[in-house]
Design a protein around this ligand. Structure first.
Ligand code: ATP
Length: 252
């Protein structure tokens, strides 16, 4: 089992209730797990615990049976706002992760082109700076840089939330394609119900710091965006998620 949380509690100083309240969760190797929840439900905090960026108040996270106490290259993290260095070219941004891994210089050039290709960018994009790129392209570069670290687990915190609807669907397709080809484990945070249904094998609903529902997604793959609602099981999952997130009474 790739990642486990055991009775995880996070309580920030000065807060009344714990932000994470006794969360026990399993993320199997090579699975695609989605954490869905309203704003403030604790999704980012949970992801940060998995990454080793936040230390739990009690309980623990294990990755391959080792207790997580700090970030580790095994676990790559992608954020909503890309964290590319604006003063470096795309190539140098990706190279940064390769240098950190001490990849030999002669191999790095080739690897950068492979990574750009993997995320659907041409080698010419490598010469540009992040500010010259669209939001979707910047997220592609961010994903390439995460992949340059050769993580086994990709922890993604609403990486597509700032993108327009069409670009967002394209990026979901790209991520699914990479996940299938590279056999990585993905934990993906979102507050978007359709994104959760399109991406996840397992959808964990987070509410007030606890996991209130653990859904094995009944939808087969592929899950084309234009016919998602026609797939067997879609309306049931959607209804469950609406109900769990407390949206159902807002709709009437
Ligand atoms: N470092 C911190 N210090 C104090 N409180 C914090 C800290 N980090 C998060 N919190 C609180 O914990 C709660 C959950 O935050 P978190 O960012 O994990 O939620 P979220 O579900 O990811 O929300 P969003 O979708 O808005 O990003 C919030 O009420 C937040 O104010």
């Amino acid at each position: 089992m790739a990642i486990h949380t055991h009775d995880l509690v996070v309580r920030f100083p000065g807060t009344e209730r714990p932000t994470l309240d006794h969360i026990s969760m399993a993320v199997p190797d090579e699975s695609f797990t989605v954490l869905v929840g309203a704003s403030g439900s604790g999704k980012s905090t949970l992801l940060h615990c998995l990454a080793g960026l936040t230390t739990p108040t009690s309980g623990r996270v294990t990755d391959n049976d080792e207790v997580v106490t700090a970030p580790n290259p095994r676990r790559g993290v992608a954020f909503q706002r890309d964290v590319l260095f604006p003063w470096l070219s795309v190539t140098d941004n990706i190279d940064f992760a390769l240098v950190a891994r001490k990849v030999p210089a002669r191999r790095r050039r080739q690897r950068i082109d492979e990574l750009l290709d993997l995320v659907g960018l041409s080698p010419e994009v490598g010469r540009k700076r992040p500010t010259e790129l669209s939001g979707g392209m910047r997220q592609r570069v961010s994903i390439a840089r995460v992949l340059a670290g050769e993580p086994q687990v990709m922890l993604m915190d609403e990486p597509f939330a700032a993108l327009d609807a069409l670009t967002r669907l394209r990026m979901q397709d790209l991520l699914i394609d990479l996940w299938k080809r590279l056999h990585r484990t993905v934990v993906f945070v979102t507050h978007d119900i359709d994104e959760a249904i399109r991406l996840g094998d397992t959808i964990n609903v987070l509410r007030d710091g606890t996991i209130t529902e653990h859904i094995a997604n009944p939808l087969g793959r592929p899950r084309p965006a234009d016919s998602l609602a026609d797939q067997p099981g879609y309306s049931d999952v959607r209804k469950t998620l609406h109900h769990q997130l407390g949206i159902d009474h807002v709709m009437h």
